[in-house]
Design a protein around this ligand. Structure first.
Ligand SMILES: Nc1ncnc2c1ncn2[C@@H]1O[C@H](COP(=O)(O)OP(=O)(O)OP(=O)(O)O)[C@@H](O)[C@H]1O
Length: 204
């Protein structure tokens, strides 16, 4: 397996005019692990995801990336094209990566099945339930084989059984060589993480 590593040292961040959300945070993220970013609402979980993605530069500290080129982000709220099917959504990154239409469909169907969406493949996005749409976003991100997968509240809209399946699937994705980071409130998802970064509100 190619070496992949994301290391944050002494990370601190705040928005202009606001107090620090966190300071002096050290994190080391590796494939095979699911790292949970846990903490109450407003503690800075999504902000830390943005730092790890490289979208936001930390006010303090530095982030080192080794072998991390492709980043996938699954947002808290699923966004899709209302009239396009679930299968279309997952095929898109595969077609963009140069797969033929037949190859893209075959791979997309495999990944849809791992997220229990095989029966929804022909449904347009607008007809999917909130939980199905959320799992579709995960399937689309996983299909693109990212080095780093950042997921914001993946199980917020799911029942406990479906959430457990999603957590297991993310564990398998991590085992296949992706660095997986999840921001979550859900104690079951927290328990499925192999390491946890706890954020508190009101760090000064
Ligand atoms: N672009 C921004 N500009 C100013 N303040 C921001 C910005 N983004 C987030 N914040 C503030 O930073 C704090 C942390 O937000 P963040 O979304 O990281 O928290 P969170 O832990 O992910 O919350 P939740 O669990 O509710 O999603 C909040 O008080 C939020 O209002």
């Amino acid at each position: 397996m190619t070496t992949k590593l994301l290391r944050g040292e002494g990370l601190g961040h705040h928005f202009p005019g606001a107090p620090f959300l966190f300071r002096g945070l050290d994190v080391t993220l590796e494939p095979g692990e699911i790292t949970g970013l846990c903490g109450p609402s407003g503690s800075g979980k999504s902000t830390l995801l943005s730092l790890l993605a490289g979208w936001v530069t930390p006010v303090e500290g530095r982030i080192e990336r080794i072998g991390v080129h492709r980043t996938g982000w699954v947002f808290q709220n699923p966004y899709g094209v209302p009239a396009r099917t679930a299968l279309d959504h997952v095929c898109l990154p595969l077609l963009a990566a140069g797969r033929t239409r037949a190859q893209a469909r075959e791979r997309a169907r495999e990944v849809l099945a791992t997220f229990q969406l095989d029966r929804s493949e022909r449904q347009p996005f607008r007809e999917l339930s909130g939980g199905e749409a959320q799992r579709l976003m995960l399937a689309r991100a996983v299909c693109a084989a990212p080095d780093l997968l950042l997921v914001d509240e993946p199980t917020a809209q799911l029942d406990i059984t479906t959430a457990a399946t999603v957590n297991r699937t993310l564990g398998a994705v991590a085992q296949e060589g992706t660095i997986v980071v999840i921001a979550t409130h859900d104690p079951h998802t927290r328990a499925a993480c192999t390491r946890v970064v706890d954020l508190a509100v009101g760090v000064s």
